[in-house]
Design a protein around this ligand. Sequence first.
Ligand code: PLP
Ligand code: MN
Length: 378
Amino acid sequence: MLNPVEHMAAPAAARVGDTLADVDTPSLILDLDAFEDNLRMMQALAERHGVALRPHAKAHKCPDIALRQIALGAQGICCQKVTEALPFVAAGVRDIHISNEVVGAPKLALLARLAGSARISVCVDHPSAAQALSAALAQTGATAGVLVEIDVGQKRCGVQRPDEAVALARTLAGLPNLEFLGLQAYHGGLQHKRSIGQRRRGAEKAARQVRRYLRAFQQAGMPCPRVSGGGTGSALFDAAGQVYTEIQAGSYPFMDADYARLDWGDALLLRHSLFLLGTVMSTPTPERAIVDVGLKSTSAESGLPRAVAGKGLHCVAINDEHLILKADHARDRPSLGAKLRLIPGHCDPTFNLHDSLVAMRGDRVEAIWSISARGLSR
Ligand code: PLP
Ligand code: MN
């Protein structure tokens, strides 16, 4: 006898052992073979250049993924928000850099509690923020590492001049429960420049900025052991550039459609591993197919998802719960009920829309991983 629906939770979209055809839609799926290749490729790049890899977990928000990155040699992870770190600490991650400024009493109180259970570092770009952080940590007795964020061209957060950075580091050194570790130098605007030459030149320019800051620390007689930054788009150059000690790339395990538009030359050939699985729910004309993957299942601010099957099939519009596909010819249009794999435009906000990730080995579901930090944006 079936339970009455009054007490029923939504059935799981997939179970371990299912084939792709059994998986309900919309679902977020991971091709484990491609994913594992990507993890190894970035870890090898970092090791080849003697830099640490500290993958950004904001890309996936999934502790099962972070544990695999660490098992392969990652130093720890980055989180962008304090609450985001909670499920990772709960899963056993013990080294987390909050690669962001943290302002406000509730956030600082939580950070101070996290610092009692894991090695936590955080960015600071203002002396008042440093004082507030130190005061919050004094409440729990824990210590946090601090990276002074410097603006190397993104025009987002960060101090603007080397003398400011040195003065801030001096302030930090005089405050209890804080340990000055070095600099964060992240240039987000560089990551998606299409041409590899443009990204190389941009990364070299950012590295020159970092060197100016490092010289100021040297002149002040202050050690500055860590320089953290870099993303998937600039990792090749950041790892090789001799100024970063740690790479923060986040998207590299997945290769979303936005990153796939870049020119990669013959280096860092990351594979698509992340897909949305959708069902054709309507075929109103011979050339049009409607799939059940809307804005509640995929982000679209960096472009629509891309259909994997067939050259003649294009995603042309998206609504809350519908994706509209146009076929060049009737023969390219999938039939009603067909399941399609789509490459999401941008991995980070897409993960944030899903509770779980269906991890596939070939055609079989090997595991279902919880995207535990989804929605944790405070
Ligand atoms: N570090 C910081 C501070 C970021 O904001 C981001 C992404 O926005 C990353 C690293 C990772 O970048 P990507 O996902 O492009 O590898
Ligand atoms: Mn991103």
